[in-house]
Design a protein around this ligand. Structure first.
Ligand SMILES: Nc1ncnc2c1ncn2[C@@H]1O[C@H](COP(=O)(O)OP(=O)(O)OP(=O)(O)O)[C@@H](O)[C@H]1O
Length: 308
């Protein structure tokens, strides 16, 4: 079912578009090309996102306040304020280079690894400043796990990929490591496919399976937050759909922030959507509101495909 976008001039419909095209064709001989039908992505009614009240009632897992970010002298984020509600999926959308990944990487201090980068403002996790002087960054990244665009399994067995994080954390008990492996593979919907070949190389898995393995590996350190940077952009439609189902299931236990170029995907999986443009947060709200009734013209133009 399609949720039509309420534009400032009314609700767009296919009939309007057809009429518009017909008029355009009869009025001019030079522009005979059909006008593109601009339509915002549909919200899936079988998988409703959390309501505005539910989002407002959810505790703030991450709170971003007045954040600026610089790569050397180049400013990439400008005064970002955003609340990431607990056990919800927040999607970052916006055109290439608008700062989505930069903000995502600020949330577990992955940007610390970039020379001459600096951040101003505050980001808290459960109320604690993650840039505070006493923060253990390794601990932070255990609590705030990350899954990247390109699956990056270690050249080790499936089992060793999952057991890696717990081993680094000091777990040596083999039975306990198997327990963790099974739990994480079940959570990432991969267990049934690999349970009989845990000692096989992870590199022998398909692309979609490798990405689910990377999600399982991220879950093995028992994070509370999962940051996903375009986790399905390199996958075929069937694997993408499995990752989206998985995100939907995981949000009951984890707070998820996903960067995506795919607006349909944002509409399908997220509860809250934040739209960025040129390093600024233009608007954030329930995914239903942002995709059906955006408050800013730039958001409307982007989600209806007028630019980006
Ligand atoms: N390591 C870096 N050094 C310098 N500039 C960077 C670096 N990484 C990103 N940038 C710049 O910061 C800005 C924001 O980049 P970022 O990757 O956050 O955007 P994005 O919205 O995630 O883009 P995309 O959708 O293309 O991945 C861009 O102008 C980019 O060129």
């Amino acid at each position: 079912m399609v949720s039509p976008l309420k534009t400032r001039s009314g609700t767009a419909s296919a009939t309007d578009a057809t009429q518009h095209n017909t008029e355009a064709m009869s009025n001019t001989v030079t522009d005979l090309r059909p006008k593109p039908t601009l339509k915002a992505p549909a919200i899936d009614p079988t998988r409703p996102g959390r309501s505005a009240d539910e989002l407002a009632d959810a505790p703030a897992k991450i709170n971003v306040a007045d954040v600026d970010f610089y790569y050397g002298a180049k400013q990439a984020l400008f005064g970002i304020d955003l609340v990431v509600p607990e056990r919800c999926v927040t999607a970052f959308i916006g055109p290439s280079g608008c700062g989505k990944s930069t903000l995502l990487r600020c949330m577990n201090r992955m940007n610390d690894m970039i020379d001459e980068s600096s951040v101003k403002g505050s980001i808290t996790l459960d109320g604690q400043d993650i840039y505070g002087p006493r923060v253990d960054v390794v601990e932070l990244r255990k609590r705030v796990g990350m899954v990247f665009q390109k699956s990056n399994p270690f050249p080790k067995s499936i089992f060793d990929n999952i057991a890696y994080g717990p081993r680094v954390a000091g777990e040596r008990n083999k039975a306990r490591l198997y327990e963790i492996t099974e739990r994480c593979l079940r959570h990432s919907a991969l267990w049934e496919e690999v349970k009989d070949r845990l000692d096989d190389s992870a590199l022998a898995l398909s692309g979609g399976q490798q990405q689910r393995l990377c999600i399982a590996r991220a879950l093995a350190t028992e994070p509370q937050v999962l940051l996903m940077d375009e986790p399905a952009s390199a996958l075929d439609p069937a694997s993408t759909s499995r990752i989206e189902d998985l995100i939907f299931e995981l949000k009951d236990q984890y707070t998820i922030v996903i960067v995506t170029h795919n607006m349909q995907q944002a509409a399908r999986v997220s509860d809250q959507t934040a739209f960025f443009f040129e390093g600024k947060l233009i608007e954030a709200g329930t995914t239903t509101d942002v995709f059906t009734n955006p408050t800013k013209k730039q958001t409307e133009d982007y989600i209806t495909g007028r630019f980006g």
